[in-house]
Design a protein around this ligand. Structure first.
Ligand code: SF4
Ligand code: SF4
Length: 496
């Protein structure tokens, strides 16, 4: 499970590959209790998460022309992106959009590793920036949490567990509601909430989803990233030695060793005569008492939410949360060493000092991405708000009317993808004759809806050019032609 994908380190003991931190030797769930992270990157991630959560909880309320800005209604097969409605007829655009997104994610991962997981994945944001923070607030930092876990069920434990249960479930319920709002729109959701009587099934579904979210954040946690997430599992094939990931600089850090008392000065010269007063960093590193900078303090391991030791190299469990970077930087600062022993870096930059190289794989993905993006832009630009399909009604050739005219019955399917009802009229363009709508005097298509309208085309025999005559029918909206439809009008052979 613990498979190293890129970073090689000069460490012989590789027993870490034989197990995952979340499962004990006895095969039981091993709860990771990470130390509360703090530092520059953690602060940046907190700010980013606040913005992310504001957007997540605000978007369902935003409307464009009375429609949600985003909606992914799988049941009704209706998708809205940035206020533009996509119907099943547009599904190929949606499909191309999804493929483009996947290629983008692959390219992004090849270059920047799992930066998405650490900074933008909803699972990490909710787990680390919402539920974990609440846990620190209720239970205290990692030592207090461990104490609480091992203590018997006394008043304090019952109180803390009850508060945590209620808060976790309430937030899970809120998240489930907002996910539903993304599926069915906020208006519908509010309708369900204000009139719950007829929507007991929806409420039950919501409670089931809330329980799933609650289970994930209460118990399952980092295993969603390690065991379930397919993106995480792909890292082994997506990352290479050029990928920028959270990495331990093994060249600088190894061989690791505990900080000795003598080294506890600004100056670490072997032959220090100045009792730590010397600040000559160059000299310090030339004549360092210990060869490696890692003081084996395990601060990076203590903060890791997936329980790994990043010094073993890049591992599938690493979600690039950067907590170990902050922890190690704080340690390096406290022992007067340069920060960045753990940092965003590629294996090649650590071992060979080379910057990001645009290799063949990156070029190939970029070319495919460019092609897909061009195709997507073309499809979106040429996408029409109106879908028109005209077919002759099956099983009918022509009718001879009492006044001698010939009539053909057609079936017109109109899809209105706009946010307004549209009244259409039909006019014959290249022949004189009559169009008669079946069953209605008006051809109206409601917003984001479709209609099937049958109509007769009636032509005098003089208009016919044989048993098959091409007729052009203009489709008008408010006297403005929106489309010309062509149809084959069938008549008897005798009129040729
Ligand atoms: S190794 Fe570092 S970046 Fe990776 S998950 Fe652990 S703390 Fe986060
Ligand atoms: S925090 Fe830094 S110094 Fe401490 S064990 Fe980790 S890599 Fe080594």
């Amino acid at each position: 499970m613990s498979e190293t994908t890129t970073t090689k380190i000069p460490k012989k003991n590789e027993s870490f590959r034989d197990s995952v931190a979340t499962i004990s030797k006895e095969g039981r769930r091993n709860f990771i209790t990470p130390k509360k992270p703090k530092g520059r990157l953690y602060n940046m991630r907190t700010l980013f998460s606040i913005a992310y959560l504001i957007i997540f909880f605000t978007l369902p309320f935003i409307k464009v022309n009375g429609e949600p800005l985003f909606m992914f209604n799988v049941l009704e097969r209706k998708f809205i992106f940035f206020g533009v409605v996509f119907w099943p007829q547009d599904f190929f655009i949606f499909g191309i959009g999804m493929i483009t997104f996947v290629v983008f994610v692959i390219l992004f991962t090849v270059v920047f590793g799992r930066v998405f997981c650490g900074w933008a994945c909803p699972q990490t944001i909710f787990m680390e920036m919402v539920f974990r923070k609440i846990e620190y607030w209720i239970d205290g930092d990692y030592t207090k949490q461990k104490q609480l876990r091992s203590m018997p069920w006394n008043g304090e434990k019952i109180r803390k567990r009850t508060i945590k249960f209620i808060v976790f479930f309430a937030i899970s319920f809120l998240i489930a509601n907002f996910f539903l709002a993304y599926l069915i729109s906020m208006d519908k959701l509010i309708g369900y909430i204000t009139h719950p009587g007829g929507h007991v099934g929806t409420l039950i579904s919501l409670l089931i989803f809330s329980t799933v979210f609650f289970f994930v954040y209460w118990w399952f946690r980092e295993q969603a990233c390690i065991v379930v997430c397919p993106y995480g599992r792909l890292q082994g094939v997506l990352l290479d030695k050029n990928s920028i990931v959270v990495a331990y600089d093994h060249k600088r850090g190894e061989p690791r060793g505990k900080l000795k008392k003598q080294e506890d000065h600004d100056c670490k010269c072997v032959d220090c005569k100045e009792n730590g007063a010397c600040k000559d960093l160059d000299k310090k590193f030339e004549t360092l008492a210990r060869p490696g900078d890692c003081i084996d303090c395990l601060a990076c391991v203590r903060v890791c939410p997936t329980g790994i030791d990043i010094r073993n190299g890049t591992q599938l469990e690493c979600v690039n949360c950067t907590a170990c970077i902050d922890a190690c930087d704080a340690i390096m600062t406290s022992v007067n060493k340069p920060t960045g022993l753990i940092r965003y870096a590629s294996e090649n930059s650590i071992t060979k000092g080379v910057k990001l190289k645009v290799n063949t794989r990156i070029k190939a993905y970029s070319a495919v991405l460019l092609l897909l993006l061009s195709l997507l832009v073309f499809l979106l630009a040429s996408r029409s708000d109106l879908d028109v399909r005209l077919m002759r009604t099956a099983g009918m050739a022509y009718n001879k009317l009492p006044d001698g005219r010939i009539a053909n019955l057609f079936n017109l399917k109109l899809v209105n993808k706009t946010h307004e009802d549209i009244d259409f009229t039909l006019k014959l363009e290249n022949v004189s004759g009559e169009i008669e709508l079946v069953g209605t005097g008006k051809l109206t298509v409601k917003k984001e809806d479709y209609t099937n309208q049958q109509f007769f085309v009636k032509l005098k025999k003089e208009e016919l050019q044989g048993w098959k005559t091409l007729v052009k029918i203009g489709l008008y909206e408010d006297n403005k032609k929106v489309k010309t439809i062509e149809a084959k009008f069938i008549g008897p052979e005798v009129y040729k």
